[in-house]
Design a protein around this ligand. Structure first.
Ligand SMILES: NCCC[C@H](NC(=O)CCC(=O)O)C(=O)O
Length: 447
């Protein structure tokens, strides 16, 4: 008898060029920290510390590698030529904002890497992966190729794993991956409900949409993924985000809601039609056991939810069945959120403990605990079939800390992005990392 299914969290390792370039309109933290000095070493260590903490508790914790940045193949595609140093000099002189875009370490936010459907939900009983095209932001639209290669290198066996191409790279099919996708279930290995939350329709111009910021995810993208993954109609729910929430800075649904097991933790202003969503979920849950934790705006105003990232927390089922909410440190600095969390602990809902993680480096770009991880529910056989060496053990953690300390800078300013040495250092680090993880050659510079 094989082990019961478990949820694994695959966190993105923060890349050596982590910086603050203000690239994401609609993302309040990214905009307000534009041109701040970053600390890639601290960022990567903060991420690894979060992973280690969960691995130590017995949670299945994996890693996903950073991408090559600055991404020279993109710059060459766009017409820059000569040596790598020539290319960097030209782009920094002619179009510094393009250099910033191809230098972002944004692949760290692996909640946006892909949408994943566990085998219990799919018609062919395989785990399905679709890398997100992330086509709303140029700096993120260049992630899906390497993401797809990394996922295929980890989940290779076609008897268990199915990989799809990212959706057509146009705004009508804008897809931001698992940040807008939640799975609800009684037990991880049992069939669950897959909830897709979208911000607008790509084809119906008269449908509601935000007015200030663009909605990144479309209904049509979500529907296509549900079809590609072979999900069952009766256990698939589509719901629209509240356009006012997007206009208030909720650029992904995981900034305002998180689900795990049979529990959905959400802000009352998260969805356009909350009663309908709850009816749909209740009808779809195979055992009818949905539990909701609804946070009223009178407890936590939308602005506080966005600045604290309360809902961008990881919600994790512990060995005793209770759920832990792993919140970013900013939640303790926001009075309404701190008071709310105290009341939550005094209540007897599904969330039984709260823990705090310091992820300040990532948070300044709008990436909290939940942004940094891609959830993959796996059966015992699937765990046995996946690539060995990608799950965080004590020794892998130590190797990765040493690797970060040996290769990462502790300061990056916008001017540093043009430094050919930074590119060299990053490639050297990534080459060593694919060796540590046994992933083979997934970057163009390795071919
Ligand atoms: N899930 C969290 C994603 C955060 C990400 N931020 C960024 O790309 C900011 C990068 C910068 O501004 O330098 C985004 O908005 O997609």
């Amino acid at each position: 008898m094989s082990q019961p299914a478990q949820e694994a969290n695959f966190d993105g390792i923060v890349g050596p060029t982590h910086n603050y370039a203000g690239l994401s309109s609609g993302n309040v933290a990214s905009q307000s920290n534009r041109n701040a000095v970053s600390n890639p070493r601290e960022a990567a260590l903060q991420g690894l510390a979060k992973m280690k903490r969960l691995a130590d508790r017995g949670f299945l914790q994996g890693v996903l590698p950073p991408h090559e940045r600055p991404h020279l193949p993109t710059l060459r595609h766009l017409g820059f030529s000569g040596s790598d140093a020539d290319v960097l000099r030209q782009v920094s002189q002619q179009q510094p904002s393009l250099l910033a875009a191809v230098s972002s370490a944004s692949a760290m936010w692996t909640a946006n890497a892909a949408t994943v459907s566990p085998s219990a939900d799919t018609r062919d009983h395989r785990v399905h992966f679709t890398p997100a095209n992330l086509n709303d932001k140029f700096h993120r639209s260049i992630e899906h190729d390497v993401t797809g290669r990394a996922l295929k290198a980890i989940f290779t066996d076609e008897a268990y794993f199915a990989h799809h191409h990212s959706l057509p790279p146009v705004s009508a099919f804008g897809d931001e991956g698992a940040a807008n996708h939640t799975r609800l279930c009684s037990q991880y290995g049992e069939p669950g409900v897959e909830l897709f939350v979208y911000g607008r329709s790509g084809f119906d111009a008269s449908a509601p949409k935000p007015s200030r910021y663009n909605a990144r995810q479309t209904l049509e993208a979500s529907q296509a993924i549900a079809r590609m993954h072979g999900l069952h109609d009766g256990r698939t729910v589509f719901a629209q985000q509240n356009p006012a929430a997007i206009d208030a800075g909720v650029f992904h649904n995981d900034v305002i809601a998180v689900g795990n097991g049979n529990a959905l933790f959400y802000h009352e202003q998260a969805f356009l039609d909350e009663p309908r969503l709850l009816d749909d979920l209740n009808a779809a849950m195979p055992n009818g056991d949905l539990r909701t934790v609804r946070v009223p705006a009178s407890d936590v105003p939308m602005g506080d939810a966005v600045s604290s990232y309360l809902f961008n927390s990881q919600l994790l089922t512990g060995p005793d069945g209770g759920m832990t909410l792993l919140v970013p440190g900013e939640c303790q600095e926001t009075a309404s959120v701190k008071a709310y969390l105290d009341r939550l602990m005094a209540s007897d809902g599904p969330i039984t403990s709260v823990e705090v993680a310091d992820l300040r480096q990532s948070m300044r770009n709008g990436g909290g605990p939940a942004c940094l991880r891609l959830r993959v529910v796996l059966t015992g056989d699937e765990i046995a079939a996946m690539h060995d060496g990608i799950l965080l053990t004590d020794s892998l953690y130590k190797r990765l800390v040493t690797w970060v300390e040996g290769h990462y800078r502790d300061e990056i300013t916008p001017d540093d992005l043009a430094d050919p040495m930074l590119l060299e250092e990053s490639r050297h680090a990534l080459d060593e990392l694919t060796g540590i993880l046994g992933l083979g050659s997934i970057y163009e510079f390795q071919w």
